[in-house]
Ligand binder design. Structure first.
Ligand code: KET
Length: 579
């Protein structure tokens, strides 16, 4: 009786010849090999399949999975177990085979999702293994109807190659996609909602998922001042040359002034390192890369809850994070004591991520007095404040009022990180325009920080896009257009306030349970955090065709006055009738 000893662990990664050789030696030490087998191995040492005497079933140790090579896909304990129970023993000699071997070795059922999804391929291997005399052609015919190439149910391209080794012949699948180990990612909790919304054919449907402003007719809105700036740019016929790594100088000046106030001394003293980056997300990601490189021991504190992408950003940048208390479901307000206690308890020198205004998703901001206390604790603990300012002008309708928190910290002489976005306040969502600002304690520190931010940006995306940056620079730099922008921003913020009020009125009028819905009026910015749980949010979508994030957040920027009654009915039904 013989059994196959085939292949190696598989890998997505090529194996160097010396590694293969080492692997062979190790395997020879461990397995009993008869004399004829040794001779045979010598003869065929360039080949890759060996026959080894099979120990009696009772004494036979279970097949041993080979030591894994570094692989892109971590193996789970579950997969190990499955691999071990399969009668194919994996050993390095097979790996010295010619082209296609890597795919062939992927037949190891345990290690390969292909085999769980396409059991017919496992059958092909098992067939040839358990029946050494059987023809691989037969195996092939049985599995793939006699063709060399086939497409499986999921569209994966597979083929069969035949190997003949003396008395044993085997069929192996080859040409498996290199992406078999890439699992399907779940839809994004925010942007995925828009995709689901598009697919819904109902006339009642309402997209309150993404924070993007809509008109009363629920249409996307391009600001008039943006159109005006674009027309001027077109008339001038400006070129499309690369920007410097740090972005458009006029934009960087305008954005720092907008954030800190044009007359802020830190600007004139050269204390601010500003880099135009890929909107709010890209700016946060760049700062995260900076933290990872220059503060590898530091952790970032983020509010609980927070904008869903914060965790992704720090995870991807390999920056450790933990949460501080922020939202209190009992009061539907700020858990200020919890927040202060958690920031105080964090290791000295942590980064504290703060939403500059219009906290996403709760819509609950600290009061000016509370901001002072937050700044006290951060200063005492030598933490680094890191502001995410994605809604300047959208919370109150005033650019200056919404920059209060950042300016307070800067006024205290603190070093501060600030990521800015122009997606919402100037409606430049897809232009990807924003900036990372680092306020430093001395101009030469700012120069060094900026040089390193540039160094990080260059291999990531080289330099930022020009179009949106020019719009911002032109609008902010021209007093007339700047004034027009402020008016339009007030208009947008005002429309959101109106639907907020109308939604509250509808809920209060329709809900006879006596529930207090006034928290909706206390929240500010684009969102309302309704308190609906996942099941209730699912009901909103499944029954009422209202699309929202599963944390119970609704974007009021996507709501019209006309739809407030319908939304109130849906919320009341979901709140009272779904657990
Ligand atoms: N910070 C916060 C707090 C934020 O809500 C967003 C976007 C961003 C940064 C990034 O925006 P950018 O377009 O990269 O400048 N939030 C909305 C859209 C999104 O999730 O991407 C949202 O919460 O719906």
């Amino acid at each position: 009786m013989y059994y196959w000893s085939v292949g190696t662990h598989l890998g997505q990664n090529p194996v160097a010849p010396h590694q293969k050789h080492q692997g062979l030696k190790q395997k020879e030490k461990k397995l009993p090999v008869c004399a004829s087998q040794k001779r045979k191995r010598k003869r065929k040492n360039s080949q890759f399949v060996t026959e080894t005497p099979r120990p009696a079933p009772s004494t036979r140790s279970p097949p041993r999975p080979a030591a894994p090579l570094p692989s892109a896909r971590p193996s789970s304990p579950h997969s190990r177990k499955r691999r071990a129970s399969y009668p194919i023993l994996i050993s390095p000699p097979f790996f010295s085979a010619a082209a296609g071997q890597r795919h062939a070795t992927r037949l190891t059922p345990a290690s390969d999702p292909l085999l769980t999804r396409h059991p017919e391929m496992a059958t092909a291997a098992a067939f040839s293994v358990s029946s050494p005399a059987a023809s691989a052609v037969a195996a092939r015919s049985k599995v793939f109807g006699g063709v060399n190439q086939a497409r499986t149910r999921t569209g994966c391209r597979v083929g069969i190659t035949r190997k003949n080794f003396g008395r044993v012949m085997m069929a192996l699948a080859v040409d498996v996609s290199r992406f078999e180990g890439v699992p399907m990612a779940p839809p994004d909790p925010i942007l995925g909602v828009s995709e689901a919304f598009k697919a819904d054919k109902s006339e009642l449907k309402l997209n309150l998922g993404v924070g993007a402003y809509r008109t009363e007719e629920l249409q996307p809105y391009v600001l008039n001042v943006v159109k005006k700036a674009e027309n001027l740019m077109l008339e001038k016929g400006e070129n499309k040359e690369y920007l410097p790594i740090e972005g458009l100088a006029a934009f960087n000046k305008a954005t720092a002034e907008l954030l800190l106030g044009a007359d802020n001394p830190v600007i004139n003293q050269g204390l601010v390192a500003t880099l135009q980056s890929l909107s709010g997300t890209g700016s946060l990601r760049l700062a995260a890369a900076f933290i990872q490189r220059y503060f590898p021991e530091a952790k970032v504190l983020i509010s609980s809850p927070t904008w869903g992408n914060h965790k992704n950003i720090f995870n991807d940048a390999r920056v450790p994070w933990s949460e501080y208390r922020y939202y209190d479901p009992k009061t539907v307000g700020l858990d200020f004591e919890g927040m202060i206690a958690d920031i105080e308890a964090a290791p000295e020198g942590s980064f504290v991520l703060l939403h500059g205004c219009a906290h996403n998703p709760t819509g609950i901001d600290p009061t000016p007095e509370q901001w002072e206390k937050i700044a006290d604790v951060i200063q005492e603990k030598k933490h680094m404040p890191f502001f995410d300012v994605a809604y300047q002008g959208f919370a109150s309708g005033s650019l200056d009022e919404d920059a209060f928190s950042v300016r307070l910290f800067v006024k205290r002489g603190m070093e501060v990180f600030v990521a800015q976005s122009y997606s919402k306040n100037l409606g430049l969502y897809s232009e990807r325009v924003g900036a990372i600002n680092v306020v430093c304690s001395a101009p030469e520190v700012a120069d060094r920080v900026k040089s390193q931010l540039k160094r990080l940006a260059r291999p990531m995306y080289s330099n930022p896009p020009i179009h949106g940056a020019k719009i911002v620079a032109n609008v902010v730099g021209d007093p007339t257009m700047f004034g027009e922008w402020k008016q339009e921003m007030e208009l947008m913020a005002g429309r959101i306030k109106n639907v907020r009020q109308k939604l509250y009125d509808s809920l209060s009028a329709k809900d006879k349970s006596g529930k207090d819905w006034s928290f909706i009026l206390r929240q500010i910015g684009m969102f309302s955090y309704t308190g609906l749980n996942k099941a209730q949010s699912d009901n909103m979508t499944d029954k009422w065709h209202i699309y929202m994030t599963k944390d119970g957040r609704i974007s009021l920027a996507g709501l019209s006055l006309a739809k407030c009654d319908y939304l109130a009915d849906a919320i009341i039904d979901s709140f009272h009738n779904v657990n």
